[in-house]
Design a protein around this ligand. Structure first.
Ligand SMILES: Cc1ncc(C[n+]2csc(CCOP(=O)(O)OP(=O)(O)O)c2C)c(N)n1
Length: 229
């Protein structure tokens, strides 16, 4: 989701925290690069909060990203300058680090929202470093795939006709151990997984904030145009 869309949802919904995952390629396009500054328009007491998560994998469609060429120190300085409290997640144990930083960010947002007297509070944002195409094929025909822009979108384009690519695709998909997720014979998701599914009205595709349609949109109040004819 774009930062600007997330701020749009948060401005109207004081109780909402919008976690917004932004690719580093997308983040350097003009509107999204500008949207970091919407934090200056947010009143923590009256509006919701946005928790931007910059997914820094270093590459966009066909080239390195600007953020990918910046050091941790430069990124911290940039996003602090934008008015955030940046946290960097990188290296080993990414899942655990991410869990910890999400907890810390949630606590910070809750604390800031309960102290409306604080002027220009620094809301958290997360910079998450991973390889692009992380866990996918490492190399194809001598070209580096994981950790490179060649991991963008469809990687094994010839899997339909090339036996080697088909094998790589199979190895890649099996690496997710999806058999562990299903109950044998029943073809159904194991309870250990279904237990952590969000309740239906909390699913992303159902949330009115993510997929509003007629539940959210209201017609603009416009003057009758005929009076200007
Ligand atoms: C609104 C919009 N603007 C531009 C694009 C074109 N576009 C497709 S992928 C991409 C960048 C992808 O890089 P990144 O955001 O780093 O995501 P990654 O695939 O590396 O996770 C862009 C700008 C788009 N799909 N949608």
């Amino acid at each position: 989701m774009h930062c600007q869309t997330s701020y749009g949802a948060a401005l109207d919904n004081p109780d909402l925290i919008v976690a917004c995952l932004v690719g580093d390629g997308e983040a350097e396009t003009g509107p999204t690069a500008g949207a970091w500054h919407i934090n200056k328009l947010v009143n923590p007491a009256k509006n919701g909060a946005v928790l931007p998560i910059l997914h820094l994998n270093g590459y966009k469609i066909s080239a390195p990203t600007v953020y990918g060429r910046m050091s941790d120190e430069e990124l911290m300085a940039l996003f602090s300058g934008y008015g955030y409290r940046p946290y960097i997640v990188s290296g080993e144990n990414l899942h655990q680090q991410m869990e910890d930083v999400l907890e810390r960010s949630y606590a910070l947002i809750t604390d800031i929202k309960s102290h409306p007297e604080i002027v220009a509070p620094r809301m958290p944002m997360i910079i998450m470093r991973t390889l692009k195409g992380w866990t996918g094929p490492k190399e194809l025909d001598g070209n580096k795939i994981e950790g490179n822009c060649l991991a963008h979108q469809v990687v094994l384009t010839e899997a339909k006709t090339d036996a080697n690519q088909l094998k790589m695709l199979e190895t890649w998909l099996r690496s997710y151990n999806f058999r562990e997720l299903f109950k044998k014979d029943q073809g159904f998701i194991d309870p250990f997984l279904s237990d952590i599914f969000p309740e239906p009205n909390k699913c992303m595709g159902v949330s009115k904030h993510a997929h509003g349609g007629g539940r959210v949109y209201q017609p603009l109040k416009l003057p009758d145009a005929s009076q200007f004819c």
